[in-house]
Design a protein around this ligand. Structure first.
Ligand code: SF4
Length: 264
């Protein structure tokens, strides 16, 4: 379904009509339209879901990726649908070089150059202001400043965003709908791989030669910033290496954001 940018609000399908004033909660009818779309897309392929999202939201759709396997796979699919969708990476200044290299490999293969979006302060300025690296003393604040706030800033002006989260990644993500309302960012959130398993993702990556972060071959199933990511042992949870040794399990981008549910 293609939605011309010139459409008036009344002409748009209900699932595309966001509140004009984003400080207002969306209507029950709108939330129901998203729930209906999500239920309908439950049996669709990720490619069909991406096509639906592009058709529904056009250039008002964006995507954030940390170049996890799911993000890389979605980018390979998106390149077949619309290379013009704005995709960005939250470049905290603490990412592994291998992650940054993956961005270049994706661009070379699929012609999608993921834009870097960062906090206004460099790592040096930020650490100087806080008397050292906050990831050691207050990782929640560090993630909030260098990821969550940046995502808020970048997504202003968009109506929907896509993420690579899967339900089986963690209990926080178990109820992720294919399409839902992201209360935190006031956006429709589309998760084309929500009902895929880890093996489904890797099978497709290997079959199609999708570029991925080489750290996955060195014991890092989930990769974030280098100070907060460790390799995990055999049989450990796939997110066990993130903020290892602390109670923190999420950076805050995907927590409590979609009507009670939650690639970074
Ligand atoms: S993952 Fe660690 S280094 Fe990266 S933003 Fe969060 S606390 Fe800071």
């Amino acid at each position: 379904m293609s939605v011309p940018l010139s459409s008036t609000s009344e002409q748009l399908p209900l699932a595309a009509r966001l509140p004009e004033d984003r400080s207002q909660e969306p209507s029950e009818a709108f939330l129901q339209a998203l729930a209906d779309a999500s239920a309908e897309l439950e049996s669709a392929t990720p490619e069909e879901i991406i096509r639906w999202a592009v058709g529904m939201y056009g250039q008002k759709l964006t995507m954030a990726t940390a170049f996890g396997p799911e993000g890389c796979l979605i980018l390979s699919m998106l390149s077949q649908v619309d290379k013009g969708i704005y995709v960005f990476n939250l470049e905290t200044g603490y990412q592994f070089q291998e992650t940054l290299d993956t961005r270049d490999n994706i661009a070379a293969k699929y012609g999608i150059t993921v834009d870097y979006q960062s906090h206004e302060q460099t790592v040096g300025e930020y650490e100087a202001e806080h008397g050292g690296p906050l990831y050691r003393t207050n990782p929640n604040q560090c993630c909030f400043d260098r990821k969550v706030k940046v995502l808020h800033r970048v997504t202003k002006g968009f109506n929907a965003w896509m993420s690579g989260i899967r339900r089986d990644q963690s209990p926080h993500r178990a109820n992720t709908p294919i399409v839902g309302w992201d209360k935190k960012f006031k956006l429709v959130k589309i998760s084309p791989l929500a009902n895929w398993k880890k093996n489904d993702v890797w099978k497709r990556i290997v079959e199609e030669g999708v570029p991925y972060n080489p750290l996955h071959d060195k014991g890092y199933p989930s990769i974030g910033c280098w100070p907060c990511t460790k390799a995990v042992g055999l049989g450990e949870d796939e997110r066990a290496g993130r903020w290892s040794g602390t109670a923190k399990t999420e950076c805050g981008l995907h927590l409590l954001d979609t009507n009670g549910s939650d690639d970074s």
